[in-house]
Write a new protein. Structure first.
Length: 313
């Protein structure tokens, strides 16, 4: 039996520099072990997108009659078909995986990249690296508006990267001295990435000088974070996470839930912790080189989802 055209993409975590990256400062992000996979099969009534693990009983989006609730997903799917130059083909895509949806772990970038890779396999013509990034940017724009490009770049490359908007190339791989032991925890978000980015833009436009200073500091922490990653300085990394978290709080993107998760992680042995992604709830990451189970159990005991993982290696 011939295999179905398929594509996959990991989720991502941002180690340093979220939000400031939108304003041209450097950021550091890495692929996550969890991700999404897409398969394509013939469907004479297509195009159709099925996501069995999203929503209460799964999603099915048909472009001919998109449901009201699925508008953004339908528009993003249509953007992917257009970016792949496929028009409206008789195809059903099934997207599945273990990546939690909408908590800042790169689900929309993984959605874009996994579907685009699957559509490229279906049309029997892979994207070039640049073509995939351009196409993913078009799909991501449906969800995120003024996105920096960081999320889909790290998801498409699947490594640990330094990213800076406006540079050419915008990204460079980081050679980690050792894998970084992390705990990732998450909770539902209070707002979307689009809302968090737009809210910060309003504050930035009202008090440009103050916010530019905060972004400068965040950018410097990202540069120092790269040095710590390259040296394998895990405890230094923890300190830099804590400092970055304080600055994200000052930017107004950390919620009570983020602060609680960060506090629990620190109290149970993390060397440092910060939110990851756009904030307003969603995910945090904590550096936990020893007994990560203690931190995971404490976070789960407080009602949050949590896993122990490693970046790199
Ligand atoms: C979202 O994962 C990261 C943000 O910096 C937005 C962006 O970079 O587009 C908040």
């Amino acid at each position: 039996m011939s295999s179905l055209p398929a594509g996959a993409a990991p989720g991502k975590i941002i180690l340093f520099g979220e939000h400031a990256v939108v304003y041209g400062r450097p950021a550091v992000a890495a692929a996550l072990g969890h991700g999404l996979g897409a398969t394509a099969e013939r469907d004479p009534l297509g195009p159709c997108l099925r996501i069995p693990s999203w929503g209460k009983s799964g999603l099915e989006v048909r472009l001919q009659a998109p449901g009201k609730d699925f508008d953004a997903i339908a528009r993003a799917f249509a953007a992917a078909l257009d970016a792949a130059g496929l028009g409206r083909p008789p195809v059903a895509i099934t997207l599945d995986g273990e990546l939690p949806l909408g908590v800042g772990l790169g689900s929309s970038a993984a959605f874009a990249v996994a579907i685009l890779r699957c559509l490229a396999a279906y049309r029997r013509e892979p994207f070039t690296s640049e073509g995939l990034l351009e196409a993913a940017a078009l799909v991501e724009a449906v969800f995120h508006g003024n996105a920096s490009g960081l999320d889909h770049t790290v998801v498409a490359h699947g490594a640990c990267l330094r990213f800076q908007r406006g540079l050419d190339p915008a990204f460079a791989p980081i050679a980690l001295a050792h894998p970084v032991p992390l705990v990732v925890a998450w909770t539902p978000r209070e707002g979307s990435t689009r809302d968090a980015v737009a809210g910060l833009q309003v504050r930035h436009d009202a008090h440009r000088v103050w916010y530019e200073r905060l972004f400068d500091h965040i950018g410097q922490l990202a540069e120092e974070g790269i040095v710590a990653l390259e040296k394998g300085d895990i405890s230094g990394l923890g300190v830099l996470f804590d400092l970055n978290q304080g600055l994200l709080n000052a930017c107004g993107v950390s919620s009570l839930a983020n602060e609680r998760m960060v506090g629990i992680a620190r109290r149970h042995g993390a060397l440092g912790a910060k939110l990851t992604g756009a904030g307003m709830g969603g995910a945090i990451i904590a550096v936990v080189p020893e007994q990560p189970r203690r931190v995971v159990d404490a976070l789960r005991g407080a009602g949050f989802d949590a896993i122990a993982t490693r970046v790199g290696g």
